[in-house]
Design a protein around this ligand. Structure first.
Ligand code: ADP
Ligand code: MG
Length: 368
């Protein structure tokens, strides 16, 4: 169903993304080691990830790095190792030859205990060794293993050099492919550091697949198909009004479809409810950023209110929060671009998601 609120898992529930699927499969065919799925929030990265993993027919592990980080406040190696192994085991048919074979290889790791897909360690595991075992198992099975990390930019907050581990694997473990997604594209690039000579992945190549919003035509078609699937008849002018407000951001379009077509709210109420939910979502997503500096909120507010130029945004910020020097201000602005909350064009800065912009415009982002 197109209007399901969960990330999609099946190809048939995924609207379009043909180009991205093709490119992903191309990269796999070429045995590439590092594939990035990039794009702002709610464009369907997790959905695409789910579909490419299950359609690949390959053994895979999938880790939600963001939720790991937020539930533990860090990303301990032991926990990551457990998650990788149990997810990988789970991707293999139960009690099939592959799962038994992998379990066998893993039991040669000192201090590991397996029961079903549950994994325990007596002492802190060596992740590099675990990846080596997975690689040699894949070699023996003449397969490739996909290790997928959703919202991988959160690794950079872990205090552990996971970039070094990925670099080691990319250089030495030919049967592993890492698939990383990131909503905070600039932060993910900072974490990987392909252009940073001080970082372990410096100079490495990655296939970058960037998801874009749907065109107006696609967005209308998406809504039309979704409603048709539900047997609900919605006239074109209404679909156009929805796309005017929500743009081609599939997460909002499918939420609208859900509220209108499944919850059966009238048009106005569906939009109100969508913005109500969006507000809670966006403020939650912004909360850790705002806890670093309330200035981030004021800068976003300035842009949401129509200021596009460096100077105007700074003026607004200084009016609200007092003087700030140019260098400091520029860093805050740049960070907001890296987090994906701002984008920059020839016309200046803007908020790439109109729903987020509207939420920011209406919300009290800063206490006092
Ligand atoms: P992201 O990971 O980029 O934030 P998600 O994959 O979580 O985005 O998708 C956000 C919402 O949009 C979910 O409700 C999901 O079901 C829906 N969605 C995403 N991509 C598609 C698609 N290609 N077709 C249909 N629905 C989609
Ligand atoms: Mg996601």
């Amino acid at each position: 169903m197109l209007f399901d609120l969960q990330p999609k898992t099946r190809r048939k529930d995924l609207y379009d993304r043909e180009r991205e699927l093709k490119e992903f499969n191309n990269a796999l065919k070429l045995n590439e080691k590092l594939i990035l799925l990039l794009g702002i929030r709610r464009l369907g990265k997790s959905s695409l990830l789910n579909v490419v993993l299950s359609d690949s027919g390959l053994p895979y592990a999938k880790i939600d790095v963001r939720s790991l980080y937020f539930t533990h406040g860090s990303i301990p190696q032991e926990l990551l190792a457990k998650k990788i192994l149990s997810s990988l085991l789970q991707s293999l048919p139960p009690s099939g030859k592959l799962r038994l074979g992998l379990a066998n290889v893993l039991t040669s790791i000192r201090g590991i205990h397996l029961s079903g897909v549950q994994v325990e360690f007596e002492k802190r595991p060596d992740l590099a060794e675990i990846l080596e075992k997975i690689n040699s198992w894949a070699d023996k099975e003449e397969s490739r293993v996909l290790l997928a990390f959703d919202e991988a930019q959160y690794f950079r907050l872990s205090g552990i050099q996971y970039d070094g581990l990925i670099a080691y694997a990319v250089d030495n473990l030919p049967h592993l492919t890492f698939v990383l997604t990131g909503s905070e594209v600039g932060m993910l690039h900072d974490f990987l550091g392909f252009d940073n000579p001080k970082k372990p992945l410096f100079g490495r190549y990655a296939r970058e697949i960037t998801l874009e919003r749907f065109s107006r035509e696609q967005s209308l078609d998406f809504l039309e198909r979704g409603f048709r699937e539900l047997g609900v008849d919605i006239a074109l002018p209404e679909l156009e009004r929805a796309v005017d407000r929500l743009d081609g951001i599939v997460g909002w379009l499918s939420m609208y479809g859900y509220l209108r077509g499944i919850r059966k709210l009238p048009e106005k109420d569906a939009l109100n409810e969508l913005f109500h939910r969006a507000q809670a979502l966006v403020l939650d997503e912004l909360s850790s950023l705002l806890s670093h500096s309330r200035r981030y909120g004021l800068i976003l507010k300035a842009v949401a209110m129509g200021n596009t130029r460096w100077g105007n945004i700074k003026e607004y910020l200084e009016f609200k929060a007092g003087r700030i020097n140019d260098a400091k201000f520029s860093i805050l602005l740049k960070n907001l671009v890296k987090y994906g909350y701002l984008d920059k064009s020839a016309d200046g800065y803007f908020i790439p998601d109109p729903v987020v912009a509207e939420v920011i415009k209406k919300s009290q982002l800063t206490p006092g």
